[in-house]
Write a protein that binds this ligand. Structure first.
Ligand code: ZN
Length: 175
């Protein structure tokens, strides 16, 4: 029998009870998780294998299965799972950090375009076939776009020499 990590008393092992994984900020229930309960200090805890993969599955579920606009807690979950600060996500999406905070505390709805872009970024970074050079290239490209861009008035010409397209054949020019 195991011991409680808090008080050292014998701990009760619970095997067949669904576990509410609310620590992730979402309403997630896990089945088949071993749980422990200490009757002495009334503490319960669970042993969750491979949390990182679990978070990836939850994130993919949100991006692929949730048809409505992302909810505040879902936006926060995706951002945190990408290890992005509100400021960094804001930069990538072309909004201010306070806009991201407002999405996450429910004071503002995310909107169609940003919802789709956030899902794209999440899937881009977390898919098994993910190429980090391309992902980081796209994010850096977004970040380098100046905030509050204006329409340009004069026409823009693009001038290229053959070596400029021949030298980036087969490789992403973003990287
Ligand atoms: Zn205890």
């Amino acid at each position: 029998m195991g011991k409680c990590y808090l008080c050292g008393n014998d701990i009760q092992i619970i095997k067949d009870k669904p576990y509410k994984y609310n620590e992730c900020g979402l309403d997630v229930t896990l089945f088949g998780i071993i749980q422990y309960h200490c009757q002495n200090c009334n503490e319960s805890y669970a042993s969750i294998p491979n949390m990182q993969k679990l978070h990836r599955v939850i994130g993919a579920y949100i991006c692929e299965k949730r048809k409505a606009l992302l909810k505040p807690e879902e936006i926060k979950f995706l951002r945190k799972d990408l290890h992005l600060k509100a400021k960094d996500l804001a930069q990538a999406l072309g909004v201010t950090a306070s806009t991201v905070s407002r999405w996450e505390n429910g004071k503002k709805e995310i909107g169609e375009a940003h919802d789709r872009l956030l899902r794209s970024i999440y899937i881009m970074y977390t898919s098994e076939q993910s190429n980090h050079f391309i992902c980081d290239g796209v994010i850096n490209l977004f970040k380098e776009l100046p905030a509050k861009r204006k329409k340009i008035k004069q026409p823009v010409t693009i001038s290229l020499n053959p070596q400029e397209w021949l030298s980036c054949m087969g490789e992403s020019c973003l990287a």
